[in-house]
Ligand binder design. Structure first.
Ligand code: ZN
Ligand code: MN
Length: 441
């Protein structure tokens, strides 16, 4: 996944123009530098470097002392200089990771670059346009490019990753990361592979994604498309594909360019950047508590309080690790303790416990109240349980025979049959009655 994020700065990457806002009059935040006029020199924006370093630190990246900017050359009307100042072989940071619930995605690099201008075509499609306009307000706006390793396996995971990244960026104040304002743009690179194979197939890159929902849909569509291509005997072509929100599909935009096409070379108008270690350490110390560690702390606190309230730390740990932590949500310790006890004493099943916990988190009512109101409590009337036990005994003469001839482990099987017939049954009572009736025979 490649994500471009606009760091929170007042001014552009290499000039003093305001970064401005959506809706500013066209070409109102521009100067000689960001319009690419000859005879002017860029100056690095320290606030952008700082935001990028904070992001890199929050992502546990390594930060080399030496970094530099490079020219990425290509011709397009929204790029007035004919090149984008970016970072090629010495990015500001490398080798990090984003911690999410229970898993992590490795980060390959986080580097700084500048945004391009915007083309507005009269008529909704480029090839039908009779006129095109250029707005350079965005040209030169700082961007951090955050590139992950191929550790994401589904549309769900991609959305989780992008959302976790947004939360992190907001927590550390590096960016407002509003997708609708173009401050966070996701470009997923999609490839498929044969089941059991480690080799990733040829990838396509998706653009024009404007929301987390669109991100999810675009990936799902593209995965299906690639599977269809391969299954019908074709092969996936490396290319950039756009997401069409109106048609809910991806379409080919251009064949993928390779690094050599850009003729990268060091930006001669900027000195290499040598970062001061003590500045980096100051930035590290200034970071607030990060979402992953906050989550770990909350989970630990939840466990402690709920274990105390339920008096059963083993079952509570089981619930915290197995049911609560993966959801990323935080029930009140008292409610969790109640559910642990309700399930632990056999009043409700584990599945019911999960539902009850979710319900109590959404409406704040106590689990026992929900159990009572929904009539979830299990069947513990001895005569009702006895009837089911008798029916199971009658239906399983072979198992009963085995039990009576000394194979006591068959008891578990017979009780399981009772639970199967009556899922709400009080297991302990069923067990007791089963033993009693088998012994009586
Ligand atoms: Zn400017
Ligand atoms: Mn980029």
């Amino acid at each position: 996944m490649e994500i471009h994020v606009q760091p929170r700065t007042r001014t552009k990457m290499f000039c003093g123009c305001a970064v401005g806002q959506l809706g500013d009059p066209p070409n109102s935040n521009v100067c000689e530098v960001c319009m690419g006029l000859p005879g002017v020199l860029p100056v690095i924006n320290k606030a952008a470097v700082e935001a990028c370093l904070k992001t890199a630190l929050a992502l546990s990246c390594e930060i080399p002392i030496h970094t530099k900017f490079d020219r990425k050359n290509y011709m397009y009307p929204d790029l007035p200089k004919g090149y984008q100042i970016s970072q090629y072989d010495l990015p500001m940071s490398v080798n990090g990771r984003l911690e999410m619930d229970g898993r992590q995605v490795r980060i390959r690099r986080v580097h700084l670059e500048e945004d391009t201008g915007k083309l507005i075509h009269a008529g909704d499609k480029l090839h039908k346009a009779w006129e095109s306009f250029v707005d350079l307000n965005r040209a030169g706006v700082p961007l951090m490019e955050i590139v992950s390793e191929p550790d994401i396996r589904s549309a769900d995971e991609a959305r989780d990753y992008a959302q976790a990244l947004r939360t992190l960026l907001r927590t550390i104040g590096a960016s407002e990361a509003e997708m609708e304002k173009g401050q966070l743009r996701c470009e997923p690179n999609i490839s498929i592979r044969r089941y059991g194979s480690d080799d990733l197939g040829v990838k396509t890159e998706l653009k024009n994604i404007n929301s987390f929902r669109a991100l999810h849909r675009a990936i799902e569509f593209e995965v299906k498309r690639q599977v269809q291509v391969v299954e019908s005997g074709g092969s996936v072509v490396q290319e950039t594909r756009g997401w069409s929100e109106s048609e809910q599909r991806t379409f080919s935009q251009r064949s993928k360019e390779f690094a050599e096409d850009y003729r990268y070379f060091p930006e001669p108008d900027l000195p290499p950047l040598e970062l001061d270690r003590s500045w980096i350490e100051d930035l590290r110390r200034s970071l607030p508590e990060l979402p992953a560690s906050r989550r770990a702390r909350l989970v630990a606190g939840l466990f402690e309080a709920a274990a105390k309230a339920s008096g059963d730390s083993k079952r509570t740990a089981n619930w915290v690790v197995g049911e609560v932590a993966p959801t990323g949500k935080h029930p009140s310790p008292a409610h969790l303790a109640e559910v642990v006890t309700l399930v632990g004493t056999g009043r409700i099943t584990r599945d019911q416990g999960r539902e009850v916990l979710a319900e109590s988190m959404s409406d704040g009512r106590s689990p026992s109240e929900i159990v009572a109101r929904r009539g979830l409590a299990q069947v513990s009337d001895p005569s009702a349980v006895r009837a089911v036990v008798e029916a199971v005994i009658a239906a399983n003469p072979k198992a009963v025979q085995d039990y009576r001839s000394g194979k006591v482990q068959v008891l578990g099987f017979l009780v399981a049959q009772v639970v199967k017939q009556s899922p709400q049954v009080d297991r302990a009572l069923a067990n007791e009655l089963m033993k009693e009736l088998l012994g009586a025979g």
